[in-house]
Design a protein around this ligand. Structure first.
Ligand SMILES: [Fe+2]
Ligand SMILES: [Fe+2]
Length: 166
């Protein structure tokens, strides 16, 4: 199994896209089904965001000054997603705003993931050697079991707050 940081993050993205599609496919089904899928979406996004914020972003910012602006934009995009995740976590799937809020979350995250994959991950791959990317990936694998799983977990909240006041 590869420990390459970019490969690992893209695997997460793939799973996140799969969950988004599951939500969209459940459009005409019962709200409870969409509620369950959204719980999975929130968990996947919380873990992924934590690993990017704790390891990938600060590491890349240090090593590849060229992507500084992309990273700063990414922090802001994560922040918007964090707010939506936090609100959705406390919302009943039957709420009239639940589907709309999830749809906006999906649109935002798809845009963000697209920018990572198309715009700045390739620059990072070019700038860093294979060994460095494997080391960063290994750190994310080691941290993964300790990552928060819900948007209201203290570690997740602290990160969201840091993004506002830092
Ligand atoms: Fe990201
Ligand atoms: Fe990502």
């Amino acid at each position: 199994m590869s420990t390459d940081a970019i490969v690992l993050l893209k695997e997460d993205h793939k799973e996140i896209r799969r969950l988004f599609k599951a939500f969209q496919d459940a459009e005409d089904g019962p709200a409870s089904t969409r509620g369950k899928i959204v719980k999975q979406i929130l968990e996947a996004l919380t873990v992924h965001t934590y690993l990017e914020n704790e390891v990938m972003y600060p590491e890349v910012r240090k090593l590849v000054p060229d992507v500084e602006d992309d990273i700063l934009e990414s922090y802001e995009e994560h922040h918007v997603a964090d707010v939506l995740c936090f609100e959705l976590f406390g919302m009943d799937a039957g709420d009239e705003r639940f589907d709309a809020k999830t749809t906006v979350l999906i649109e935002n995250v798809l845009h963000h993931v697209e920018e990572e994959e198309q715009e700045w991950f390739p620059k990072v791959r070019e700038a860093l050697g294979r060994n460095q990317l494997q080391e960063i990936g290994q750190r994310m694998l080691d941290l993964r079991p300790k990552a928060p799983k819900t948007p209201t977990a203290p570690k997740a909240l602290k990160k969201s707050l840091d993004a506002v006041v830092a």
